[in-house]
Design a protein. Structure first.
Length: 167
């Protein structure tokens, strides 16, 4: 079976980080996701308020780097949860369990958190969930990191260039 969802929206509030009894981090937040169409009468777009749950490293990433108003992309699965309210009524809630979270806007100047990661891909939840420190990603890889020689020997003239383009 397939259960994948990708949503993009603005955080309605700061993520709330808690820990289970065994110490596992879990963060919850809500995304305001605009619908693609406008109301015929008012011309306004309706907004869906979607609950998101993130676990472990993804939860820590969300609580550390996301804040109310930030535009984020959440990739995960839709989960339905049954529960009983204080009056004894059975309720059902839908929420997205996040596998990955990405920044979808550029970093604002006065925002809290580390660095300008924008849409670089460094903003995904796997980034904060591993054994590596954020400082491991603080610089762009040098050409030598990929086995590319540095200096003037990177390019050389072709000996058999007749000046004709192959297309």
């Amino acid at each position: 079976m397939l259960n994948r969802i990708i949503i993009m929206g603005r955080l309605a509030r700061d993520p709330e980080l808690r820990h289970t009894q065994t110490g596992t981090p879990v963060a919850t937040f809500r995304l305001a996701v605009d619908r693609d169409f406008r109301d015929k009468n008012t011309g306004e777009r309706a907004t869906d308020w979607i609950d998101v749950v993130a676990w472990r490293g993804t939860a820590e990433f969300a609580s550390k780097f996301l804040a109310k108003g930030r535009l984020a992309v959440v990739e995960g699965r839709l989960q339905m949860r049954d529960w009983t309210d204080k009056d004894g009524n059975r309720r059902t809630s839908a929420e997205v369990v996040a596998d990955n979270i990405y920044f979808a806007d550029s970093r604002r100047e006065n925002d809290n958190g580390g660095g300008n990661y924008g849409n670089s891909g460094y903003g995904n939840s796997n980034y904060g969930g591993g054994n590596r420190d954020r400082s491991d990603y603080s610089r762009a890889p040098a050409p030598a990191d990929y086995g590319i020689p540095s200096g003037d020997d990177q390019f050389s003239e072709l000996a058999d260039d007749d000046g004709e383009l192959p297309f």
